[in-house]
Design a protein around this ligand. Structure first.
Ligand code: OXD
Ligand code: MN
Length: 603
């Protein structure tokens, strides 16, 4: 029998499930997480002893740790991610589908004895403030103390959640194992996981709903509150219940006159959501405050407006490229109490990564634990290295970030990383056109998921890896909001592209804090002002409409940035049509019509 702490709950369903999973996984002990500081410290000390965590220099980065993953376990594994809906059609062409009964059998085989020699941790967590009417309670069972420590930063976790659950409350069961049982006397690895990529499984059962994740300890594969629950499962529940679970940051922009606007933005992974979410505007007098950098749950409030809420409590951001220039407020967030994964370790016990804006150390230990020097020809940090940092530590966290009602959205932005064709900003003509723009979003791929980088992939609403059901139905769900509320109360929609390059291949837009210039125009348009030119693709800023005060930008570059490249768009509509065809009859007619109108408009 495994050693157990006394379960701090009388919820029969929960007790029975934990008992059943304990019998299946055969751990050496069971620990119910209370979410306390003391518990967190014990776990960190345990991981330091086992070599999973390296404490950073407490004078430079108090309460911070570095973890290095196994080289095979560095990103989300989309090809090993499954939605076991009743039918393949329900899961859609955007998901890997597997038969639920067969998958359950397979998983029972993998989890049988998978926690031998380890502790089974029970993590009660909530996505969303506990007082929110749309908060969801999950219970993650894991054999990874690294996962427990990260979940404590990323979610509301521990005792208070069990109290909310009470004796009869329901929860979403989330099973996780790194898939590395220990034989008696076997020394543990610093990052145990299943090294065979074909034996990793990230599985969602929409009908339970429940989540089973096996073989990986990394990020979205293992912190099951994030991509699995708050996006894939939540998107399914949201469709059933009439709300939206989205891959979006939430920010507030305040003008020099004190006027506040709330904006949500959907960009694919590693396209700068965290940078925009807590941006430091270069426009004097403007201020951004951050409500979330990755996920927004949106519902129509009593006032008929879209209200957005961040279900998480931390940031799990891409480290390389984060600097005082690109994201000074992220740099100010992970100064303490943070976990760094797969970054480099400097001789003075601090962290370093490529494009951190500080000179490389003369020597370091790289993300694989090897000696590193600037001329060794290897990257010091993995391109998908991450920081896990408490949102409350963000220097510009918004006072309403935990408001259970969320904040009323004025605008929604879509975007992607596109070197050509897509202008800096483009405003949708109406709601259906906005959904069309979002549906056609695409980006050149990055390191956030395993696979080749730099290829254009369509990523509607930046939800391709996260929409838990047929994307055709998802687009229909978005369209339906024009009937769910007064059209005048819907947020305005825009498409942005910070990544356009000149014919010579140079970035045309400085990005980062200068994106405030684009956001200012967004606010002006929301207010019914801001000069725009109607084009076949949408309304683009008039040549003098963007506030470029203090920015050294020639008229030619601005023209190139805002240009509607007719030939490029003709090619674009062809590829959108090809992509749309993959959804067959599930593609809403309204979107086909918008594509046709665009094609005609291009001549
Ligand atoms: C993330 C991602 O980790 O989108 O946020 O991959
Ligand atoms: Mn993300």
């Amino acid at each position: 029998m495994p050693a157990k702490t006394k379960p701090p709950t009388n919820n029969e369903k929960l007790l029975a499930w934990v008992e059943e999973m304990t019998t299946l996984c055969k751990p050496a002990s069971v620990h119910w997480c209370d979410g306390s500081d003391a518990e967190y410290q014990v776990l960190c000390d345990f991981m330091v002893k086992g070599g999973t965590f390296t404490p950073l220099n407490p004078k430079l980065r108090p309460g911070c740790y570095l973890a290095r993953s196994h080289a095979s376990d560095v990103a989300r594994v989309e090809d090993r991610t499954f939605i076991c809906a009743k039918t393949k059609e329900e899961a859609g062409p955007n998901n890997n589908w597997a038969d639920a009964a067969e998958m359950r059998q397979k998983l029972l085989g993998f989890f049988n004895g998978s926690m031998a020699g380890r502790t089974l941790y029970v993590i009660p967590f909530a996505m969303g403030p506990l007082a929110s009417p749309i908060a969801k309670v999950g219970i993650e069972i894991t054999d990874s103390p690294y996962v427990v420590a990260n979940m404590r930063i990323m979610t509301r976790m521990g005792r208070a959640v069990l109290d909310k659950l009470g004796a009869s409350g329901g929860f979403i069961p989330c099973m996780h194992s790194v898939g590395a049982p220990l034989k008696p006397g076997q020394t543990d690895a610093p990052w145990p996981c299943e090294p065979d990529p074909q034996k990793k499984y990230i599985v969602h059962f929409p009908d339970d709903p429940s989540i089973w994740s096996y073989g990986s300890g990394y990020g979205g594969n293992a912190l099951l509150g994030k991509k699995c629950l708050a996006l894939r499962i939540a998107s399914i529940v949201a469709q059933r219940e009439g709300w939206l679970a989205e891959h979006m940051l939430i920010l507030r922009l305040t003008s020099p006159q004190g006027k506040k606007h709330y904006i949500a933005a959907a960009f694919p992974s590693a396209c700068g959501k965290t940078n925009l979410a807590m941006m430091q505007p270069t426009l004097p007098g403007w201020k951004v405050t951050c409500l979330g950098d990755d996920i927004a749950w949106i519902h129509v409030g009593k006032d008929g407006r879209f209200h957005a809420m961040n279900p998480e409590t931390g940031f799990f951001g891409v480290a390389p490229g984060t600097s005082k220039h690109s994201n000074p407020n992220a740099m100010g967030t992970f100064t303490r109490n943070s976990i760094f994964t797969n970054v480099a370790l400097t001789p003075d016990g601090d962290i370093w990564w490529e494009d951190m804006g500080v000179p490389p150390p003369a020597k370091a230990i790289d993300w694989e634990g090897k000696d590193w020097t600037p001329d060794c020809g290897r990257k010091a940090a993995h391109p998908n290295a991450r920081f896990t940092a408490p949102a409350a530590q963000c220097p510009v966290i918004d006072p309403d970030w935990e408001n259970p009602e969320g904040v009323p959205l004025d605008a929604i932005l879509f975007g992607g990383r596109r070197a050509t064709t897509i202008p800096l900003i483009n405003e949708a003509f109406d709601w259906e056109h906005g959904v069309f723009l979002g549906s056609a979003a695409g980006s050149e791929t990055t390191a956030a998921a395993l696979g080749k980088a730099g290829i254009l992939r369509r990523d509607p609403f930046a939800m391709l890896p996260f929409c838990g059901y047929n994307m055709g139905d998802y687009l229909g769900h978005w369209l339906s909001f024009a009937q769910r509320t007064d059209r005048a109360k819907l947020p305005k929609m825009f498409f942005v592209n910070w990544f356009r390059r000149s014919a010579e291949g140079k970035w045309l837009w400085p990005g980062y804090g200068d994106n405030s210039r684009v956001l200012k125009w967004v606010c002006e348009r929301v207010e019914g002002a801001g000069k725009a030119v109607a084009t076949p693709i949408g309304n683009v800023p008039a040549p003098d409409a963007l506030d470029l005060t203090g920015l050294d930008m020639g008229a030619d570059s601005l023209r190139e940035l805002l240009a509607v490249d007719i030939a490029g768009w003709k090619h674009e509509t062809g590829t959108i049509a090809g992509y749309y065809a993959t959804f067959g009859s599930r593609l809403p007619d309204a979107l086909k019509q918008k594509l046709e109108t665009l094609s005609k408009g291009l001549g």
